[in-house]
Design a protein around this ligand. Sequence first.
Ligand code: UDP
Length: 364
Amino acid sequence: MAFDYVIVGSGFFGAICAYELKKRGKRVVVLEKRKHIGGNVYTETRDGINVHVYGPHVFHTSDKEVWDWINQFVTFNNYRVQTVAMYEGQAYSLPFSMWTFSKLWPEVTTPEQAKEMIKSQAWVGEPQNLEEQAMQLVGREVYEKFIKGYTEKQWRKSAKELPAAIIKRLPVRFTYDNNYFFDIYQGVPIGGYTQIFDKLLQGIEVKLETDYLQNKDFWDTQGTVIYTGAIDQLFDYEYGVLEYKTVEFDHQHLEVENFQGSAVVNYTQAEIPYTRIVEHKHFEFAKTASTWITYETPVEYTKDKEPMYPVNDATNNAIYARYKEKADAKNILLGGRLAEYKYYDMHQVIRSALNFVNSDRIAL
Ligand code: UDP
């Protein structure tokens, strides 16, 4: 065989495998169907601003090994996510913190008062879905103003049909601290994310605009496959189509210096079609005369669109389990958000890729 490993996809999982396996003396090739490397983490410099082409990516982890590993390739700034939630023309602070509660209920200024207020409207019992879980965590009013509309737009289904776990991503704090993440290491790479992938893939054969699935029979003879794409596509939807959610990005260049004063503004009302507007310059405190913004609008996922978010309910997880069993039987190695069908953040993908290359799944 020409290679030890044929790696399908150049996002974090694929690029890390390529880098770490090459370091261990393996012959690797990376197949990437897009025109560029980096998967959805890819950034592009436009008018002096690093644009997060496939949605905002802010790095956060408490895993020191992951943090040290990524810092070999890039220097991070001290950006912290402090999102604005826009509801009926009013700006509130996200994640939910004392700043949000005290604006929503001006008579509430202490943590105890906020907890009392939430308790008086909370859903009680064992939550079976996102709606019940959210109303248990933050009460009916916060749910209706900031969660219901956004969530139902984003996932294109009723919050009653969504798994409770999704909403646990959103922190609730009873402090005047509006930092989104609790992690000890946070930031955005100075100069954007793409340089990380350039370094990871330096000296490695990368075939852009090469769709493995179009020429699968050939590539399968070239080495052991590490696949990071959507798993249902890999098996030609044999056990059914897995549900993914996707969004469309409308990037716009504006001749204004500062459009919205925040990297991310969420629009939480159901009647506004987009979920958020991203203003990229704020991730790196760029001092440019103009700005780049992106409207993110959830759209129906069809096979010709990019899958982005897995919908980890019981039905989809059961379908996934069958695909996974089949991949294992065929000795196809899987990794990353799409192939593992997990709502991973970047640091989790890195952790999983580092574990994988050091596991006995990789032949020494
Ligand atoms: N969410 C919400 N209102 C918001 C932001 C998020 O209800 O203003 C909910 C929504 O259900 C979303 C989930 O929290 O799917 C996770 O949000 P996160 O920002 O982590 O999503 P991502 O950044 O991965 O798109």
